[in-house]
Write a new protein. Structure first.
Length: 106
């Protein structure tokens, strides 16, 4: 069963295979016993500082985005993530601070 989202719904997602992400939740889908989501304005949260856990990151964001040791690659749209274990609502404070982190490029 697929559930579409029509309003802005910022979330932090943890997947058992793909890692952690911040994005606008566009759709949720149950595939057997697993969950998949589709995110827009999606940033992979590869490495962060200024938050002790993913839950704190979803609430408070990062400390001093311009100086943090975060590695968040550029945004993607239509990013489909499988094997979702957690969907944590993100606060506006968190979204603003994570979006302020310059995109990490190798």
């Amino acid at each position: 069963m697929k559930k579409e989202k029509n309003v802005e719904n910022w979330v932090v997602v943890r997947s058992n295979l793909a890692g952690c992400f911040l994005g606008l939740l566009m759709a949720e889908e149950n595939i057997g016993s697993a969950k998949a989501v589709t995110l827009d304005q999606c940033r992979r949260l590869w490495r962060w500082s200024g938050a002790a856990s993913l839950s704190q990151l979803a609430l408070d964001g990062v400390a001093e985005a311009a100086r943090c040791e975060c590695k968040f690659p550029p945004e993607t749209n239509g990013h489909r993530i499988f094997g979702v274990d957690e969907i944590i609502p993100a606060t506006q404070k968190s979204v603003v601070s994570i979006k302020a982190v310059p995109p990490w490029k190798f």
